[in-house]
Ligand binder design. Structure first.
Ligand code: SF4
Ligand code: SF4
Length: 180
């Protein structure tokens, strides 16, 4: 019978263990107390949300991991993560969660908390400013481009002023316009 060769090397650790001393136990309660956070702690880590997510394979932290991180109190890691901002808000995870955890809504809550702390990626701030300045997320093409496409020079009926006024009074308006 062939002998099993024991390695003298210690096993490779692929991720750093969680530093329990840095956990913020209040984070879970904070999210839980938000309008859609009630079912948060019902999560039993089945990973259905991650299986349903069309973008999870691009993420370092998968949806089920983010939910677990919130429960554990990994406030800093969650609120600084790129994943909460890259979420497509497609609700696939939330629709399929057997425990009715409102995964997408919880990620919205995380974004709101991150924004209050100024942890917003520059690309999102730029989009917010554009929305505030133009009333649109996508700029209407220049006149010459519209002409090439045989379109009228101005978009018919486009009225963004009322929207811009409303946006100024919103939290988004305050956050992205705070340096003006
Ligand atoms: S699908 Fe629901 S219960 Fe399963 S891991 Fe995701 S949040 Fe938790
Ligand atoms: S809402 Fe976000 S986290 Fe949920 S499945 Fe869609 S992209 Fe993934």
């Amino acid at each position: 019978m062939a002998e099993t060769k024991e390695s003298a090397e210690p096993p490779t650790i692929l991720v750093d263990p969680i530093d329990m001393s840095k956990l913020d136990q209040s984070f879970c309660n904070e999210i839980k107390s938000m309008p859609y956070g009630e079912e948060l702690v019902a999560c039993f880590a089945c990973t259905t949300c991650t299986a349903a997510c069309p973008i999870a394979n691009q993420w370092d932290y998968k949806p089920h991991q983010l939910i677990r991180m919130i429960i554990l109190g990994m406030r800093e890691e969650v609120l600084s993560s790129k994943e909460i901002w890259e979420c497509l808000t497609c609700f696939q995870c939330q629709e399929r969660c057997p425990q009715k955890v409102r995964v997408t809504d919880i990620f919205f809550d995380c974004k709101n908390l991150a924004a209050e702390e100024g942890k917003v990626p520059n690309s999102i701030v730029a989009l917010g400013k554009l929305l505030l300045e133009t009333g649109q997320l996508y700029e209407v093409t220049e006149d010459w481009q519209r002409e090439d496409l045989d379109l009228e020079p101005e978009v018919p009926g486009l009225a963004t002023e009322p929207l811009k006024e409303i946006l100024k009074t919103t939290r988004t308006g305050r956050l992205v316009g705070s340096d003006e």
